[in-house]
Write a protein that binds this ligand. Structure first.
Ligand code: HEC
Length: 105
């Protein structure tokens, strides 16, 4: 019994360590985007780390991501349509979130 408790505690500790490694979504993202996006896994829309890979090496990555987010629609992920600016993000929020997404690894 004791060993079961110990191994559960170890597993819980590993889970905490794993989630701490992924970049945390900025507050405006949690409010306006998190219904459909996670930073590093698919939800309704693509993982933002996958979006960062799509634009890796593109000098204007943040600008292109901001254009997609502002316009909404589909961008070739075949996951459906994204509403323009998610759930009512302001232009400034779209810009800062796009920089955050472009900077993910
Ligand atoms: C109602 C759900 C929903 C919300 C809210 C939403 N998205 Fe999306 N998003 C999607 C879907 C679905 C796609 C994929 C569309 C496709 O299949 O191409 C997507 C795609 C994207 C992409 C990929 C763009 C590209 O050029 O490939 C980015 C970046 C993105 N979303 C950012 C955001 C940000 C930032 C917010 C918040 C301001 C947000 N999304 C809110 C559903 C959503």
């Amino acid at each position: 019994m004791k060993s079961i408790i110990v191994s559960m505690a170890v597993a819980a500790g590993l889970m905490v360590a794993g989630s701490a490694m992924a970049a945390d979504m900025p507050a405006e993202g949690k409010a306006k985007c998190a219904a459909c996006h996670n930073v590093d896994s698919k939800k309704v829309g693509p993982a933002w780390t996958d979006v960062a890979k799509k634009y890796a090496g593109d000098k204007d990555a943040a600008g292109k991501i901001a254009a997609s987010v502002t316009k909404g629609g589909s961008f070739g992920w075949k996951m459906g349509n994204m509403p323009p600016k998610g759930m009512g993000a302001s232009d400034a929020e779209v810009q800062s979130l796009s920089k955050f997404i472009a900077g993910l690894k």
